[in-house]
Design a protein around this ligand. Structure first.
Ligand code: UD1
Ligand code: CA
Length: 516
């Protein structure tokens, strides 16, 4: 429509998200891969074009939270971000209108996607009022779809099915429905017999006793003909238990006016579930995690005890990799083939190549690990670490902004920060790169095949030359030339017989005091 491609997004980190939610890690935003900033010309829109309105203005009173409902996270991302991600797969972003209201600016900042519009519903007077608010934006389209910003499991294919059904039926209103195991709390869809035609939607609180056994729920996803809906929407009233303008009342209103209102059922009832309470959000999160684990398993990945693992949606894992119980793979992490990620490891926004073993209890953050490397148990790989092919990083080793070459080893109790370590280097237990002088950070360079004896401190900036040796317990403050030995510690003094004499003196003293 705007003379440029409509697909292709990259995920970029929202720089302020870690500050806001340090426990959850970064939030990712979609940015289109194209760079043109040409504003879209709405006049050039074709009659077949659909708009999508996403209702996201509500406070979420039932969550009892200060955070707006649509910013609560499931699957590592805000509810609304999932719905927008599904919507941009169906229509171009400039046809999407997100209706925001409660803490509007905060919501807009977190979920901003290039070219997606926001519409302000300053006062939230119900879902019907939300669509009234977006009248000017939606009316130019002959049809539009409405999605609920609090139902994050929705899949693009289901939205497309609803759109196509709406078009083929030439309906005034199409309702996506489902038959969940427990329909409590949802609006119910009253069909005309067993046809596609709908008579009305009745909210849970207004159900008459004889309607209480209707199991088909309103998902909160709809297709509308603009003409039909906007010529009737002002007839909505607030005569209901919540005193709100219900979008659901449009079904009965349109039917009474002789319009066609139809229902299409979602094949997977879970897909349309909404989250109104914390318990429901936790349930959605579990479903999303399980869906992800199943999808990985279908691609040849073994996920043991998947209900204990937390794997974010965008994580990619290669075939023949095994993920043990209680593992978290977060953000934009990729893991290669034939790896083993052992229990209690948390890997975020990192690239792990193939044939890597991550032993229990490792934390890997914004780093890369090359093929055949082994981490852990209990390694802490902090941002900017690049662990080379076949390298070993062992227990209680912390790395930060470190490049570690092929086959190098730091197996025990070590801190390596701001360092460039070549290949074939052996870093002994207890080695510390002293990279910080209280003001600035400095670099340590350890060239290929060097050997750092245990308990050494390397005071940066410092360079250990190729093939050099550092004697154990050295404090290295000056560069060590290639192939040389550096010993930076006091010379050992031996006083023969000293300990024996000391013991004898002590026992003489004790004898004297008991006799006296
Ligand atoms: C709504 C439906 C119900 C359906 C359920 C599916 C109505 C009256 N009821 O109930 O039939 O079974 O969804 O999940 O629509 N919102 C606004 N502005 C407002 C009010 C709400 O944008 O003034 C947004 C909310 O942020 C939310 C969405 O609309 O994302 C749905 O609102 P919510 O209050 O959650 O409706 P439900 O009670 O779940
Ligand atoms: Ca809801």
């Amino acid at each position: 429509m705007c003379g440029r491609p409509r697909s292709g997004f990259e995920l970029v980190k929202d720089p302020s998200s870690e500050q806001r939610e340090p426990r959850r890690g970064p939030v990712f935003l979609f940015r289109p891969l194209w760079t043109t900033n040409t504003p879209c010309n709405i006049e050039r829109m074709s009659a077949q074009d659909f708009a999508i309105a996403i209702m996201a203005a509500g406070k979420g009173t039932r969550l009892k939270s200060k955070r707006p409902k649509v910013l609560h996270e499931v699957g590592g991302k805000p509810l609304l971000a999932h719905v927008i991600a599904a919507a941009v797969q169906v229509v171009p972003p400039e046809n999407i209108y997100v209706i925001i209201g409660h803490q509007a600016e905060r919501v807009r900042t977190v979920v901003a996607v290039a070219f997606v519009h926001f519409v302000l519903q300053a006062e939230q007077r119900g879902t019907g009022h939300a669509i009234q608010t977006a009248r000017n934006e939606l009316q130019p389209f002959s049809n539009f779809l409405v999605l609920s910003g609090d139902a994050p499991l929705i899949q693009p294919d289901t939205i497309r099915r609803m759109r196509d059904f709406h078009t083929s039926q030439q309906a005034a209103m199409t309702i996506l429905t489902a038959l969940p195991a427990d329909p409590t709390g949802y609006g119910r869809v009253l069909r005309e017999g067993s046809t596609d035609r709908v008579a009305a939607i009745v909210e849970q609180k207004s159900l008459r006793p004889e309607q209480s056994n209707v199991g088909e729920i309103n998902s909160g996803f709809y297709g509308f003909s603009s003409k039909a809906v906007f010529s009737n929407i002002d007839r909505l009233t607030t005569e209901n238990p919540h005193g709100e303008y219900y979008l659901t009342d449009m079904a009965g209103l349109l039917v009474a006016e002789g319009h066609k209102v139809v229902a299409i059922r979602s094949q997977d009832p879970d897909e349309v579930l909404g989250g109104n309470t914390i318990a429901e959000l936790v349930g959605l999160d579990a479903r999303m995690r399980m869906r992800k684990a199943r999808s990985l398993m279908s691609q040849g990945v073994t996920v043991f005890a998947p209900e204990s693992c937390v794997i974010d949606e965008e994580v990619v894992v290669g075939a023949d990799t095994t993920i043990e119980p209680f593992v978290q793979l977060l953000g934009k992490t990729t893991i290669g083939e034939n790896c083993r990620i052992r229990s209690y490891s948390v890997i975020s926004n990192s690239r792990i190549a193939s044939e890597v073993t991550v032993r229990p209890g490792c934390i890997v953050d914004e780093s890369s690990v090359s093929s055949g490397a082994t981490l852990g148990p209990y390694s802490h790989i902090r941002p900017g670490s690049e662990i080379g092919q076949g390298a070993h990083v062992g227990n209680f080793v912390e790395t930060k902004k470190v490049r570690m070459g092929r086959g190098s080893k730091a197996n025990h109790l070590t801190y390596l920060g701001d360092a460039e370590i070549g290949s074939g280097v052996n870093v002994g237990a207890g080695t510390i790169t002293c990279n910080y002088d209280g003001v600035d950070k400095h670099k340590t360079i350890i060239e290929d095949d060097a050997f750092i004896g245990s308990d050494s401190t390397l005071v940066a900036p410092v360079k250990i030359g190729r093939g050099a040796y550092v004697g154990a317990a050295s404090c290295i403050t000056a560069d060590v030339p290639t192939d040389s030995l550096a010993i930076g510690r006091g010379t050992q003094v031996v006083k023969e017989g000293w300990a024996k004499r000391k013991r004898e003196e002590r026992s003489l003293k004790q004898d004297g005091s008991t006799k006296g």
